[in-house]
Design a protein around this ligand. Structure first.
Ligand SMILES: CC(C)(COP(=O)(O)OP(=O)(O)OC[C@H]1O[C@@H](n2cnc3c(N)ncnc32)[C@H](O)[C@@H]1OP(=O)(O)O)[C@@H](O)C(=O)NCCC(=O)NCCS
Length: 149
């Protein structure tokens, strides 16, 4: 069943602690930087999904895409992706997902790229992350709408 009643919103910084608590409840402990754009999904009063766009070394990185187990595979993550899409806009953006989620991120135009053309700090994060999650890949959504002179 599609979760179409959940409300998706862009969160003000004073809600970041509640998002961080949701993250911990699903076993994710990535810290939300104050400058991040944070998108959350609520079912009633409960936060049931969150993701953030972090700005790292002038590069946008989509991180911490988490849907509560009770709400997974019902279209909510896809709805959140389309909200994230608006905030990414025309900018280049990267993410480091599990290999089995490439089709999920392809929905908004991410494509898998070779590590050697990845930003150095993401290459390093990929290397560290693969110790625990060997199937991590790096994906990029290219900048769009720019005019080459
Ligand atoms: C991955 C996640 C964010 C996807 O959100 P979701 O709401 O469950 O996904 P959707 O229902 O929108 O999925 C849309 C499509 O994406 C793909 N997809 C989603 N989750 C997938 C999975 N675990 N494995 C393979 N494909 C998946 C499928 O093609 C799916 O369509 P289908 O259900 O008709 O087969 C969510 O399941 C989640 O939080 N998982 C645990 C944490 C995690 O792995 N986060 C991502 C870190 S990179």
């Amino acid at each position: 069943m599609i979760v179409d009643h959940a409300i998706i919103s862009c969160e003000p910084a004073n809600n970041f602690p509640a998002i961080q608590t949701f993250y911990a409840s699903v076993g994710y402990f990535g810290l939300i930087a104050p400058s991040s754009v944070v998108i959350a999904a609520r079912d009633g009063d409960s936060i049931v999904g969150a993701a953030r766009i972090a700005s790292e070394n002038d590069i946008l990185v989509l991180r911490g895409m988490m849907i509560a187990p009770s709400h997974q595979r019902r279209g909510l993550g896809t709805r959140m992706l389309w909200e994230l899409d608006k905030h990414i806009g025309c900018s280049e953006c990267f993410c480091l997902p599990h290999g089995w989620l490439q089709n999920f991120y392809r929905q908004i135009g991410f494509t898998t790229i070779a590590e050697d053309i990845s930003p150095p700090h993401l290459r390093e994060r990929l290397k560290e992350g693969r110790i625990k999650y060997p199937r991590l890949v790096i994906m990029r959504r290219a900048r769009s709408g720019s005019i080459e002179l």
